[in-house]
Design a protein around this ligand. Structure first.
Ligand code: HEM
Length: 135
């Protein structure tokens, strides 16, 4: 059981790294890089990146939900403070899931702004997740 808990938490953190790190690299690495391209080529390349990244996003969302529920039910007794911080984390997680999926849609002029929002929420979630250990 201990080993399973370690594996599930490792998978949870790996999926968090994929979602938040992926949005960060896309927004602040790839997006400025493709600004050098001519408009039509830029549109095609950005759409190709979005289409290639989408399966990773969908897989990470499903896995983070399953491992998160597992972590929750196997984690032992919780304090009211835990539930308060956890509730805020869930609202932000819903934001990350929904907006990341939207950002991977083709021909999306709001993509850069959406990814910025995902990065901000993602960083706050990681901080709240560490806080959960102490409340
Ligand atoms: C973008 C979404 C999410 C991110 C970035 C994220 C990130 C993290 C990280 C980094 C940890 C490890 C914290 C530590 O080691 O102290 C963690 C723990 C945890 N996560 Fe998530 N998580 C997300 C979504 C979810 C969801 C959807 C659930 C539940 C359905 C969940 C439930 C949990 C639980 C229960 C823990 C263990 C908390 C504890 O007992 O200390 N997470 N999360």
């Amino acid at each position: 059981m201990e080993l399973l808990r370690i594996l599930m938490m490792a998978l949870h953190i790996l999926c968090a790294a994929i979602l938040v790190g992926g949005a960060l690299a896309w927004r602040f690495g790839s997006t400025p890089g493709i600004q050098l391209l001519e408009a039509e080529t830029r549109r095609k390349v950005d759409n190709a990146i979005a289409a290639a990244w989408r399966p990773a996003v969908l897989t990470a969302i499903v896995a983070i939900l399953l491992t998160g529920i597992f972590n929750l039910v196997t984690g032992g007794p919780r304090t009211p403070r835990f539930h308060m911080v956890f509730g805020i984390k869930m609202l932000l997680a819903l934001h990350v899931f929904a907006v990341t999926v939207l950002a991977t849609r083709a021909d999306n002029p709001r993509r850069a702004r959406q990814l910025t929002g995902v990065v901000i929420s993602g960083v706050v979630i990681v901080i709240l997740s560490v806080v959960l250990r102490w409340v």
